[in-house]
Design a protein around this ligand. Structure first.
Ligand code: AQP
Length: 327
């Protein structure tokens, strides 16, 4: 069975971009592949979170992953820092990665602008650790959103370099795109992100979501209720594309073009449809929160399995690159 590997950062609350861009795919792919899914807390350190907040976020993100339908009986779900081989392999790969390759990464530039007071080396070498995350499990496929594609290209390049220097060791991981590779934020300007304050949270109640939707950007041509709009340029309409039925979308599009439907009513309809998805996830999440011991054992079981696979890979890597084994 071919393998997939993917991760999510515990940098805040999961949002519908993470859900549509990653989690929906994870749930589908766990049926067809041997799946490794990780809460990548070491990556989150690049944003220097409060220690307690980080540990809380790990739990909440793990809960979100499971509540969205990832099945720990099928997939290996674990926290990255429980498997120390990630950082060991990352160092080996760091020594193989030309500075110029990392300099080209657009996400480093974006992230540096977002946190100018903390442009640390971890942000720069983030894609190297990400490559280690993937190839440690010798994954063939990696389901990610569009924002990660450049990093995946770098991972493939790194694999080719490693295999060329040390002999065939790793498969070249291929991207598995989701049906929603780039969900835009409520600002309509940048991708939805945990850290940009432009998200619809996966655990939000219907009322909380409606409050956010009220302030969300729509077609700028619709200044008044009677102004006719163009649904194709409206960010809210793009969300309808994910959460509404075909006939609802047709109704919204016609109503927007003719100004029969106001933006608030369009948002209310979206909010109800969102709730059909988020409601059951929220319920499963609160059930998981009420049994913290169960979550701990799921993550520990996942870590044990991941450590075994990771160690197999590292034994081979150590041997190939010449790391001292004591004999
Ligand atoms: N807006 C998005 N549209 C589609 N997919 C997305 N993903 C993230 N945002 C969108 C995908 O979700 C997975 C997990 O993402 P991540 O937590 O590793 O980090 P990220 O991509 O940096 O996500 P955020 O929310 O933007 O986090 P912050 O704000 O902390 O940087 C990935 O597969 C990602 O592609």
């Amino acid at each position: 069975m071919a393998r997939i590997m993917s991760g999510v950062q515990p940098t805040g609350n999961l949002h519908i971009g993470n859900y549509l861009g990653a989690l929906v795919n994870w749930v589908r792919l766990q049926e067809q592949y041997e799946a490794y899914f990780s809460i990548v807390d070491l990556h989150a350190l690049t944003q220097r979170p409060e220690p307690e907040a980080l540990r809380r976020a790990v739990r909440e993100v793990a809960i979100g992953v499971l509540a969205s339908g990832v099945d720990p009986e099928r997939a290996t779900v674990f926290v990255q820092s429980s498997v120390p081989q990630h950082t060991e392999l990352a160092w080996v790969l760091t020594c193989l990665t030309p500075l110029g390759d990392l300099n080209r990464m657009t996400q480093f530039k974006d992230q540096s602008q977002q946190q100018p007071e903390n442009v640390n080396t971890g942000l720069f070498t983030y894609p190297v650790l990400q490559t280690a995350d993937i190839i440690l499990y010798r994954a063939d496929r990696v389901p990610v959103g569009e924002d990660q594609e450049q990093h995946l290209e770098l991972a493939r390049e790194t694999v080719r370099r490693f295999n060329h220097i040390y002999g065939d060791t790793f498969p070249e991981p291929q991207v598995v795109k989701s049906a929603a590779p780039r969900v835009m934020g409520l600002d309509g300007e940048s991708k939805m992100s945990k850290s940009r304050n432009n998200e619809i949270g996966l655990f939000e109640t219907e009322a909380e979501t409606m409050q956010k939707l009220r302030g969300a950007k729509t077609d700028p041509a619709r200044l008044r209720r009677t102004d006719k709009g163009t649904p194709e340029v409206c960010n809210i309409f793009s969300y309808h594309g994910f959460f509404s039925t075909e006939s609802q979308r047709a109704e919204v599009a016609a109503g927007c073009r003719s100004a029969q439907l106001g933006c608030v009513d369009c948002k209310k309809m979206l909010c109800q449809n969102l709730e059909q998805v988020k409601g059951p996830i929220r319920e499963r999440a609160s059930e998981l929160r009420s049994r913290p011991g169960d979550l701990d054992s799921i993550l520990e079981r996942g870590a044990q399995k991941a450590r075994i696979e990771a160690e197999k890979t590292m034994e081979l890597v150590r041997e190939r690159v010449g790391i001292w084994s004591g004999s």
